[in-house]
Design a binder for this molecule. Structure first.
Ligand SMILES: Nc1ncnc2c1ncn2[C@@H]1O[C@H](COP(=O)(O)OP(=O)(O)OP(=O)(O)O)[C@@H](O)[C@H]1O
Ligand SMILES: [Mg+2]
Length: 307
């Protein structure tokens, strides 16, 4: 199955959440692969903690060059082996492979040609034979990478492969409105998909939203964490308003796949969170649970059935 990770705004937590969710899925035995389609800023290697590909590969075999027909073979990085902190594949875990972008590759600057679309579709369907989840991290906003993904999956021969779309947003008014626009707006995902051969009704059912870096202002913890009573009350009020706004804009509970709490580790560093980070009390257990939960929901058929 393909999972496309997108967002309207930049810096939503799309890449950090996606890498962590894939890592948890691999730990749970799934064979997973991460495609860095953020061609202008391919930094997934940094989040996985793989040295030498922090800003994409310099070997000339990244996704950008491959899709443009300039590289015959793609570089595949075995994250279990190559990531500084992981030190090998644990028993029972599935494959965890990163296919990097090219350092300095740059965003696509013209609409995808037929050749590019076919090449992308070939790559995706080939990977689908080997992996149970192929996560494609797209760049923020209405990018040509998104158009390429929609065009490739919109081909008749690709229609048998399950696609899912995750739209990431922060929990603020501006982000909720932006996420709504990206999906339902003029030139939004649904209309773009229809123009690329998708059935808009079916495509809409493939979209879910993920809230990132949220706080839970209802808890007493906030007060213990240094917030004044007035601040807690203010946050609670904003939270209520945002809930209402989100459900009015079709970004609410019904179409939400997950909520990732604000984590102090991720606030300071883009990285995989391990059981050890939680064991040492550095990262929050709730963060790991949220990643596990999302990993499960992505592959759980019943989550994606229409109510
Ligand atoms: N749950 C979280 N708690 C705290 N900080 C977070 C959380 N998730 C992500 N962040 C931080 O937010 C920043 C942006 O995250 P990330 O790079 O994943 O966003 P992105 O949407 O992929 O951005 P871009 O559009 O630049 O690709 C990073 O510094 C990351 O560590
Ligand atoms: Mg990113």
């Amino acid at each position: 199955m393909f999972v496309f990770a997108t967002s309207d705004k930049g810096g939503t937590g799309r890449s950090v959440t996606s890498t962590n969710v894939l890592y948890r899925a691999a730990l749970n035995g799934e064979d997973v692969c991460y495609l860095d389609f953020d061609f202008g800023s391919p930094t997934a290697g940094a989040v996985f903690g793989v040295s030498g590909v922090e800003r994409g590969t310099t070997q000339g075999r990244g996704l950008h060059r491959y899709l443009h027909g300039k590289a015959v073979e793609l570089q595949r990085i075995d994250v279990w082996q190559e990531a500084r902190v992981l030190g090998g594949r644990p028993a029972g875990a599935g494959q965890l492979v990163l296919i990097p972008g090219d350092e300095g590759g740059g965003e696509f600057n013209q609409p995808p040609s037929d050749e590019l679309i076919q090449r992308c579709a070939d790559l995706l369907s080939h990977l689908n034979e080997e992996f149970s989840v192929i996560l494609v991290d797209l760049s923020a906003g209405r990018s040509l990478a998104t158009e390429l993904a929609l065009a490739a999956t919109g081909l008749e021969r690709m229609s048998r492969i399950e696609s899912r779309w995750l739209v990431f947003h922060r929990w603020t008014r501006q982000h909720v409105l932006a996420a709504e626009g990206l999906v339902y707006g003029v030139n939004g995902l649904i209309r773009q998909a229809e123009a690329r051969g998708h059935d808009p009704v079916i495509f809409r059912r493939r979209i879910r939203f993920v809230r990132t870096a949220t706080t839970e202002p209802s808890s007493e913890r906030e007060r213990l964490g240094g917030l004044s009573a007035a601040q807690v009350a203010w946050l609670q009020q904003r939270n209520k308003e945002l809930d209402l706004l989100a459900s009015n804009r079709q970004v609410g509970r019904v179409v939400r796949l997950g909520t990732i709490p604000l984590d102090p580790v991720l606030q300071w560093q883009e990285q995989l969170i391990s059981n050890e980070d939680v064991g040492r009390g550095v990262a929050n257990e709730a963060t790991l649970e949220a990643f596990d939960d999302l990993a499960e929901r992505i592959t759980d058929k019943s989550t994606w059935e229409q109510p």
